[in-house]
Design a protein around this ligand. Structure first.
Ligand code: GLY
Ligand code: MN
Ligand code: MN
Length: 430
């Protein structure tokens, strides 16, 4: 079943390539953390999307119409000594029998075999710019092949592959749904555990506990847990300050489940009750997020949720007295920028900031069913913002959900995490 999903993906990609070309993808290297300790291995998303092959030291080659099969996988030969330390490896037999390769060759033969596969082909597609070593090898192989025959043009594989990855299959949506559910449960756990005097990293511990208990072995990105002023630092990951009564805490944390990401932000009061100012700002961000989610519909341009969020945020800032003047003019002047300085979302998938173009030429692309994105407006009211009254200081709020574009409209896969003021206060009191 799963092996067929990967075969389908390769076949769809091959259909978009020059039939007299070939494509090459490298597995990510194993990365060293310190001295002889390595990070747990995480395959490159592009490579894994097409192969499902979980080992490093591998290269996948797609050769349309090749008489010996279109899919060649170079990988490590089984090494009993290494297997003793690290566990079973696929080896060449496994590459064919379990991962669907038509031909498996030892990775040690890569430099010798590639020029032969390239020779006579019009173009060679690869993902340039990831690993300088890989780029150099691609250029060298093409050079060797060319010395013996006609020139092979180097082309980018990212354009067709990333366009394909932008549209999530049913299989992928199942994984994404699970990743979002796990992260929502983790946010609920952290909300309920939160007490004044705890450290931010203790909320991180609650999140990670829930992720791992539910089979998401790693976060999709380093969790952000910012109490008070730290909630106004967009990518705050120190997570080592004490949480104070009366302050808000912003948690931006997503689980990675079986290579698929979620990306959720919730902001709630450390002691369980919003102050009047916090509640007023929260209502503005929530209204902007709800309006932006409603704009996630097939046919709308990518930027529509952002424009919607900016409009509701600006109107809200004027109503709160933080900004003044005519909303239309203030939006044109970007008066919101001291308080809202990021965009309202991004694609999500195997990578938290997933691949796929946001524009076609110089126009925003149109949303279509199967696309998956975040909607994450916020307001960050910092003491150093000129003219900002003290009562708003250090209110940092972001609300982020993961939304699937469907024919019927937006489907929020992260909806289990409490979001309205009342839901949050009730859940925290429970
Ligand atoms: N967690 C990163 C982001 O929200 O884009
Ligand atoms: Mn995000
Ligand atoms: Mn996020």
């Amino acid at each position: 079943m799963i092996i067929q999903e990967y075969a389908k993906r390769r076949q769809r990609l091959v259909e978009t390539l020059n039939p007299n070309g070939l494509a090459v993808l490298f597995a990510a290297p194993s990365r060293r953390r310190n001295r002889d300790v390595h990070f747990p291995y995480r395959p490159d998303s592009d490579f894994f999307y097409l192969t499902g092959f979980p080992e490093p030291a591998a290269v996948a080659v797609l050769v349309p119409g090749h008489p010996e099969g279109e899919y060649v996988l170079f990988c490590r030969e089984r090494d009993p000594k290494l297997e003793l330390w690290e566990g079973p490896q696929a080896g060449l037999d496994g590459a064919c029998n379990h991962y669907g390769a038509d031909r498996a060759l030892p990775i040690a033969a890569l430099d010798a075999v590639m020029p032969e596969l390239i020779a006579g082909r019009e173009c060679l597609y690869s993902l340039m710019g990831n690993e300088p070593d890989c780029d150099l090898r691609v250029i060298k192989w093409a050079g060797v092949a060319e010395a013996e025959g006609p020139r092979t043009e180097l082309r980018s594989l990212s354009t067709p592959l990333h366009e394909q990855r932008l549209f999530k299959s049913r299989h992928e949506i199942r994984k994404l749904r699970r990743a979002a559910r796990i992260a929502a449960a983790a946010h609920k756990r952290a909300m309920r555990a939160c007490r004044p005097g705890m450290n931010e990293y203790q909320l991180e511990a609650e999140l990670l506990h829930e992720f791992i208990q539910r089979g998401a072995r790693a976060p999709a990105y380093p969790p952000i847990i910012g109490g008070g002023a730290n909630g106004c630092i967009l990518h705050y990951i120190l997570n080592n300050a004490e949480l104070q009564a009366g302050e808000l805490v912003l948690i931006d944390a997503g689980a990675e489940y079986d290579y698929y990401a979620s990306d959720i932000t919730r902001t709630f009061p450390v002691s369980g009750r919003f102050s009047a100012e916090q509640a007023a700002v929260y209502e503005v961000v929530l209204a902007s997020q709800r309006a932006a989610i409603a704009a996630v519909r097939p046919g709308n341009p990518w930027n529509q949720p952002h424009e919607t969020a900016v409009r509701v945020l600006t109107e809200g800032l004027i109503e709160l007295g933080i900004l003044s003047g005519d909303p239309v003019r203030r939006i044109a002047e970007k008066a919101f920028q001291p308080y809202y300085m990021h965009r309202t979302g991004h694609w999500v998938g195997m990578d938290v900031h997933d691949v796929g173009d946001y524009r076609v030429g110089d126009v925003w692309r149109v949303l279509e069913p199967g696309m998956y994105l975040t909607v994450e407006p916020g307001l960050y009211l910092r003491p150093d913002t000129p003219g900002l009254h003290k009562r708003w200081w250090n209110i940092g709020i972001r609300i982020e959900d993961d939304v699937l574009v469907t024919r019927e409209g937006p489907e929020v896969l992260s909806a289990d995490a409490p979001k309205s003021l009342q839901e949050i206060e009730q859940w925290m009191a429970g």
